[in-house]
Design a protein around this ligand. Structure first.
Ligand code: ADP
Length: 632
């Protein structure tokens, strides 16, 4: 027998589970049954796809055995099993890196919200909430020796050779004081129906029950063994037979089967926001059942996110680790694709080029986007909830999925200067003023700051709506769109966009103090030299003295920041264009100022315009010195 210590993270996880999840301790059963089902899925797949396993004949089933005498609860499967090494790796460490990272940040958050950890699938270790000793006896399919892993969940475990007839795994819980409520048949039966009804394999519940005679007299005990779950693949049943509760319950057990912390924060307890169930018949036959979670998974923005869609072929599980089943931007969708036409031994390479798979994929994307559009129409409040969670992935779709661009343009939402809440392009279009030439947006990091930007002054004065884009990918997405429904989509921070203001405005600026502002521009050019690309009289400012814009085809400040973050490297420095407000006192003062003062004024105008845009000043000490000189 070999004795081992848990990796520290396992000890911490155990501790957290036992202390934070205690009020949900019944979920241990769901977790163990999901593991059993996964193990059968894996073996079933091997027996149809791999010559070496074809001789194994098995009747897939899961058994839950209760024994009052020894106070044990057993979950047994005839699945793929684990060898010695896998027992150590899977049960002695936390294999998934996402789990580890989650753990690192958990304690603090868990303190704030003791329910938080309850929202996560917790896997095998949840057994220690109800047991003071767990024995896992397993034989890996295709091997001859079984091994037993034993632990009291307190820091150590051991692994030793053991006896077991066929391949599969037996998880034996020695129930602790409180765990003994799970020796009652009706309790366990209720839990299996609640959490595991739609597991695709039959679950037999086995226990010794009292036997009653004709007069209702007790006559010893008898062994009772019954299948307690529906054991059907829900997605293959006709919609007409399924209730809302069926769909929700399936979502919950499905969520649990995605397993572990990698599943993320929508949590196995949460209700889905929306589901769509399709059965396609004809040239290509398949069933799909997709769910939109009500909360974004915690790994949504991680490169190592866990995909949420499982692929089945004629009800045989193929994979839950294939990121290409749906486009990446739909990675928040959970559900099942079950094809009639794919070969069972389809490999990842084949899958990615397969004609059947690609048409299922295309139709699925259309279906999902179509249902979302429908939701937006019939239930805007619910759609707003969706937007809160998933607007950003949809925006990613705008630059990655050209084929569905129109649909996505209809689904993404923006903040706006003209309306509370979310605005669509169509909303904006319908509010455009007579003669307004373009859809305007302002992009940057901070919504509040954007709303107060001097660049918006003239738009506000003219009553022109501007979209406020403060999501970090907004700049990238929206600047690439070009146009919507015949109207150009333009940034307010570019030179040229102000040309859209009415002609009257232009003349005003031209006549009123035209010579004065020309002087101010000249002086500023001289004082600022190479620091700016140009200095101009502005038509877009009402209250502020100055602002900076970028030239019509230079990358914006925000865009350069984003490229840096995405690892695209530093783009070459772009010089701003300084615009001066002809009507502002400071600009008039600049026009009349002697050379030394003019230089301070010009530098301070540029400095503050940059600060307002969220840029860092190259030389803050110089800026402060000039400002003090002007003020004293
Ligand atoms: P998860 O199921 O989320 O991966 P668990 O902690 O429940 O996390 O299980 C860890 C790993 O142990 C599983 O990924 C699986 O490889 C293995 N495992 C657990 N239970 C079984 C079982 N009944 N049969 C075979 N392997 C299992």
């Amino acid at each position: 027998m070999s004795q081992h210590h848990f990796k520290t993270e396992v000890s911490r996880l155990l501790d957290l589970i036992i202390h934070s999840l205690y009020s949900h301790k019944e979920i241990f059963l769901r977790e163990l049954v999901s593991n059993a089902s996964d193990a059968i899925d894996k073996l079933r797949y091997l027996t149809v796809s791999d010559e070496a396993y074809k001789s194994i004949s098995f009747e897939p089933s899961i058994r839950v055995v209760l024994d009052r005498e020894s106070k044990t609860l057993v979950v047994e499967d005839d699945g793929v099993g684990m060898d010695e090494k896998e027992l150590e790796e899977n049960l002695g460490t936390i294999a998934r890196s996402g789990t580890r990272r989650f753990l690192e940040k958990l304690p603090e958050e868990a303190r704030k919200d003791s329910n938080l950890i309850g929202q996560f699938g917790v896997g095998f270790y949840s057994a220690f909430m109800v047991a003071d000793k767990v024995e896992v006896t397993s034989k890996k399919a295709g091997t001859e020796t079984a091994f037993r892993w034993t632990s009291d969940g307190k820091g150590e475990y051991s692994v030793e050779p053991a006896e077991r007839v066929g391949p599969g795994t037996e998880v034996r819980l020695h129930l602790n004081g409180e765990g003994q409520e799970y020796l009652a048949r009706w309790t366990v039966e209720g839990l299996l129906k609640k959490y595991s009804n739609h597991i695709a394999y039959p679950i037999s519940l086995v226990s010794e029950e009292k036997k009653y005679g004709d007069e209702g007299k007790e006559e010893g005990t008898e062994r009772k063994e019954e299948v307690v779950n529906a054991a059907t693949a829900l997605w293959r049943r006709p919609k007409s037979e399924l209730s809302e509760a069926d769909y929700v319950e399936f979502y919950k057990s499905f969520s649990a089967s995605l397993g572990g912390f990698g599943f993320g924060a929508e949590g196995a307890e949460a209700e889905p926001l929306l589901w769509m169930h399709t059965k396609a018949e004809g040239a290509i036959e398949y069933s799909t059942l997709f769910y939109i979670p009500s909360k974004a998974p915690s790994d949504l923005y991680r490169a190592d996110y866990k995909p949420g869609v499982k692929l089945y072929v004629r009800r045989v599980f193929i994979t839950d680790d294939e990121k290409e089943l749906l486009p990446v931007y739909l990675r928040f969708v959970r559900g099942v694709i079950d094809s009639e036409d794919l070969p069972l031994n389809v490999s990842r390479e084949i899958l990615q080029q397969n004609r059947v798979m690609s048409s299922i994929r295309q139709a699925s994307v259309k279906k999902i986007l179509g249902e979302l559009a429908e939701l937006a129409k019939v239930n805007p409040d619910k759609y707003a909830k969706f937007v809160e969670q998933f607007n950003r992935p949809l925006k990613e779709g705008l630059y990655s999925d050209f084929a569905n661009r129109e649909a996505l343009l209809g689904l993404v939402r923006w903040k706006s200067t003209a309306a509370e809440g979310w605005t669509s392009f169509a909303d904006y279009r319908s509010r455009m003023k007579e003669g307004q030439k373009a859809v305007y947006y302002i992009a940057g990091a901070d919504e509040e700051r954007l709303r107060r930007s001097p660049l918006l002054e003239m738009y506000r004065k003219e009553g022109i709506e501007v979209l406020v884009c403060s999501d970090e990918i907004d700049e990238l997405v929206i600047s690439g769109l070009g146009q919507f429904d015949g109207a150009e989509i333009k940034s307010v921070s570019r030179s040229g966009s102000e040309a859209d203001f009415g002609e009257a405005e232009k003349d005003e600026a031209g006549s009123e103090g035209g010579a004065e502002v020309a002087q101010a521009v000249e002086k500023a050019k001289k004082a600022l030299g190479e620091a700016v690309k140009d200095v101009r009289a502005s038509k877009r400012l009402a209250e502020s003295p100055a602002c900076v814009v970028v030239d019509s085809d230079d990358p914006s400040l925000q865009f350069r920041e984003l490229m840096k973050q995405l690892g695209g490297g530093e783009l070459p420095d772009v010089k701003p264009i300084l615009e001066l407000n002809p009507g502002h006192g400071l600009v008039k003062r600049l026009a009349a100022a002697p050379e030394a003062e003019a230089e301070d004024l010009a530098q301070v105008l540029l400095g503050q315009a940059l600060l307002v845009e969220g840029a860092k000043l190259a030389d803050p000490v110089d800026f402060a010195a000039r400002l003090s000189r002007l003020l004293s």
